[in-house]
Design a protein around this ligand. Structure first.
Ligand code: UD1
Length: 331
């Protein structure tokens, strides 16, 4: 019987691949399950990879058994909000129904710890633009609803089986591994920091600002941008917490302050030394004016200590990653 492993679903994706690197750097045994529909084989580097779907009961059961998995970190999901609006069942199927199957397999295999990638999208449009864990959940798109339903399943499973969980509600993830080994590689990414860095390296002609008439200091949307390295560390903290006997919990992961679209673009110009061509357009449907984490709990409960709470530092790594992709595009 081998030592227990951590199953990382979606470990070939943007956030999962950063967590795999940190876990392995700490000497953890890891196995990745990814169907590579949106992830990249290169992102796994040389970690063990099983190509398959989280909703495939036979594959998941086999992996849990063969690798003696006692902890699951579940990243595999579709994440594009507008796509979730036009194809809701794709999101409920891949995000919610697959999580249900995964949880059934976990309970059957006696998995003890579960760390779940949730999202600030569960809050919808909170009053005053900030959300604590106690803020009522009110998702405004199928993506957010698909994540919230998974949170509810986890809560109920954990009260009926000896499985404990930490659900992490991510705010706006950005940046990449400072050593540029992995990063956000989707060619059609829509995330602001990525899009602006693509423009700075010449991959896009311009950046569009969606909405300049919000009731925010400069009229553009405000978000809590968090470095993917700090987000990844939150998962390792969650693991330590669960192993140490911590009770199941749901936590925001953000820095607790935000930047506007214009501030992000100014940072990209500052860091890259390039002037961006910017076009102003009407608001994007479904965008809240501001979304900032109330983020005290994760520091108190997990002892999380972010290291990259600095917009230019986030942008520097995102930009270095775009430069790497220019010479070595991932397919
Ligand atoms: C992201 C996540 C969403 C999560 C949310 C949490 C994805 C695809 N989206 O959405 O799942 O729930 O964070 O806060 O992972 N903007 C522009 N021009 C652009 C792109 C964006 O002006 O080209 C603006 C947007 O209107 C918004 C801000 O930049 O004000 C951030 O947008 P974006 O990076 O797309 O992230 P969210 O929509 O906040």
């Amino acid at each position: 019987m081998s030592l227990p492993s951590i199953l990382v679903t979606g470990g070939a994706g943007y956030i999962g691949s950063h967590v795999v690197l940190q876990l392995r750097a700490r000497g953890e045994r890891v196995v990745v399950l990814d169907d590579l529909s949106r992830g990249f084989r290169q992102a796994v580097i040389d970690a063990p990879l099983v190509v398959g779907k989280v909703g495939d009961r036979d594959t998941v059961t086999r992996v849990l058994r063969e690798h003696a998995v006692d902890t699951v970190m579940h990243f595999a999901a579709y994440t594009i909000v507008p796509e979730s609006v036009s194809e809701p069942l794709k999101y409920y199927g891949n995000n919610t129904c697959s999580t249900c199957t995964l949880l059934e397999c976990c309970v059957g295999a006696g998995v003890r710890n579960f760390v779940f990638s949730s999202s600030a999208a569960v809050y919808g449009m909170p009053a005053e633009g900030s959300a604590a864990e106690s803020t009522p959940t009110a998702p405004i798109n199928p993506y957010g609803t698909s994540k919230l339903m998974s949170e509810w399943m986890l809560r109920d499973v954990a009260s009926a089986a000896p499985l404990k969980y930490v659900a992490l509600r991510y705010f706006n993830v950005a940046g990449s591994d400072p050593q540029c080994r992995v990063g956000q590689a989707s060619p059609n990414a829509t995330l602001l920091v990525k899009v602006a860095c693509q423009a700075a390296v010449g991959k896009r002609a311009e950046v569009v600002i969606f909405g300049t008439d919000y009731a925010t200091p400069d009229g553009t949307g405000v978000r809590d941008y968090i470095h993917v390295e700090d987000l990844a560390t939150a998962h390792l903290d969650a693991l330590r917490y669960l192993r140490g006997g911590g009770a199941s919990t749901t936590l925001n992961v953000g820095y607790g302050h935000g930047y506007s679209v214009r501030e992000v673009l100014a940072s990209v110009e500052r860091v890259s030394g390039k002037r961006l061509k910017v076009r102003e357009q009407p608001r994007r449907p479904g965008d809240p004016p501001g979304l900032i984490a109330r983020a005290e709990r994760i520091r108190a409960e997990l002892g999380w200590q972010p290291r990259y709470d600095d917009l230019d530092a986030i942008v520097r790594t995102a930009l270095a990653w775009e430069q790497r992709l220019l010479s070595d595009p991932w397919k």
